[in-house]
Design a binder for this molecule. Sequence first.
Ligand SMILES: *[C@@H]1O[C@H](CO)[C@@H](O)[C@H](O)[C@H]1NC(C)=O
Length: 754
Amino acid sequence: MKFDYTLGFVRLLFPVISASFATGELNGEDSSLFWGTFRPNLYFGLRPRVPNSLMTGLMWHSLADYRAISETRHACEQGDRFEGYTWTEHDPRLGGIQVLNDTRMNVQLTTEWLKVSGGETGGSWAARISGKPIREDEPSSTAIYFYVGSDGLGSLELENEEDGNGIEGVIRFTGSTSHLGDFRLRIEDGPDVTYVTEGLHAERFSRKLGKTSFIGLPLQQGQVWKAKELLLRNIFQEAQPILSEYKDKDREPPSPAKAFCYPESFVGEFSFDIYYDAEDVKTKLDANGLTAGIKGFKNAFHERFLQKFPLPSTTPKDLIDFSKAITANLLGGIGYFYGTSIVDSSFTHDWDDDEMFNTGEKKSSHPALVEPRELFTATPSRSFFPRGFYWDEGFHLQLIGEWDNDLSLDILKSWVDLIDDDGWVGREQILGEEARSKVPPEFQTQYPTYANPPTLTMAVTAYIDRLRALPDEIDVNLGMDPTGQQVLKVPVLEPGLSAFHLSALRRHYHWFRRTQRGQIRQWGRKARSRTEAYRWRGRSETHVLTSGLDDYPRASLPHVGELHLDLISWMGFFTRTMRDIANLHWSEDNNMYCDVGIDEDDESHFVCHKGYISLFPFLLGLLDPNSPHLGSILSLIRDPDELWSPYGIRSLSKSHPLFGQGENYWRGPIWVQMNYLALSTLYKTYIPSPGPYQRQARDIYDELRTNIISNVFKEYQRTGYVWEQYDALTGEGKRSHPFTGWSSLVTLIMSEKY
Ligand SMILES: *[C@@H]1O[C@H](CO)[C@@H](O)[C@H](O)[C@H]1NC(C)=O
């Protein structure tokens, strides 16, 4: 077995022209969340939590054939068809270990990364990249590139002499930026690496033997994210003279390794280390220190995991490792984003143009770029959805907060900072050119009249619940309850959420009440309250993207008089009151909760589709444990001809004519976060309350919990991935993967932390 490996470094330099800085400010006392793997869209990308600064990335390809080079790995892509990749351990404050099984390139890579906190400039870090062939009986050769790019004001200089043949030995950079201060960066071969000293291309490239190739490129500001494109263009240009020698001849072209002048080869497993040393941090790591540090981190992660998410001692190791990996990959999916986004303040649909928005002229579409914002957030999927999603984030923070409550607060505050003067937050945060490059143009625009399920309120409540263990509470009235009864208790010791954030949340709540209000009396409806009814804005004939349940069936005619059950439930959840849901949305004839629509004769009528929407008053814990409606809901859930499956609760009833139809996104498939809501509400609200349905609640809970855990785990073992959703009839993983956003809630389900 022979295993070649070639190392290339790319330095992307941005010449000093101008700089723009956002608010990113480093608090010298706690630098533990400053540097991180905060480019989670990449297989391995580091950056600090400030805009226009230093960024790193990793790229690789096999040298087996020319096609492999055009498939160079950089950003996580489903099309790369890895057999699996995940952070197996990750703590944004400490470090992480990731395994990537790149079957096509025949290499298993491991990226290990460790932080050294301290100093005033965000601390130091070190990383080790190692590789070995997956199929040992096949030749394997890999070219690897590590790049460092400066996207803003500052300097970045190579210290080594470089003569076009590469660099011998350790590679050293120095640099400086206003946020990072002075720093040094060095790259060196790992321990136990054996070089090939003769062979294949020794003759032609003898001058390059044992050296590392290097490319330095000047760049426009904000272009470091295009590193792969720039690299490929560069190496193809370099190879042109050699390739052209073969153009008109009948000879076979040279191997890619020859054509691209990759000189350095190793035998067997390989590794190399990168050390970033901030000038003001005393501890400097070397190879031995890194080896020991990673080992210590791995053990510490394991201990903390078992302490935070206790499991019975009989739990199989495979299942614990799975739970650790999905948690680690959610934490490793946290990113820092900065940039402009596209907002359209003028467009409205006809059916949204009621008296609240009736401004006459404002109809046409005028999308515009708005000023750059920053966001620190988890991401639903590193490959498919590598950016912030409002309604996912509330769920992400349930798990993140259980691991590290202060980290969840940092993320929560970053989202709250996006709440604008009106109280609005865009539901999908596509900040900057890199983020936009992943989204089709028709989905890039955000509308300031469109909402999304207000799950941030879930995160606030959970954060405060976790703090409640502390003594000396004070009362903070968020003013979210019109009756003035609802009061949140916030401990004095560490309020965490400042008055500024609380006032933004209040503004956010009132934005919902003002802009998503539904019409009651106009359509002859009777309700105890004249104001408490709601309608999602921005629906189309076929989709209510704003509800989060895109293609779930609703009233067939979009209408200004429509009322949405899930939105009134979310609003009830905001203030923990049931109010008039029963009054307006309960259909005696159908024995279920329903949307309300307006028919062709302008009459109000119930719009009933058995599925997740019908469960909302239950899912959000708003129903009284003694309510007879609870019995109907539990029966609907437990009926195998309707919502029940051995893999979890289906989004739409198997008996519904639209079951599995159309794009089949929310028309049957099983979603983990909705099942988590059901389990959570059963566990916290309905199992502890004596009443006619207590027994039924417990039985459903036990079975459902087992079904969800076993199916998601089974599919992980079968496919190597956690999935966005699971098939309603077979339980097979479907759509985006890895999807370690809210599907990672399985960890909370396993340890019964709701
Ligand atoms: C990678 O492959 C190894 C060997 O087959 C396996 O043990 C490991 O679980 C895989 N990891 C991932 C993340 O797929």
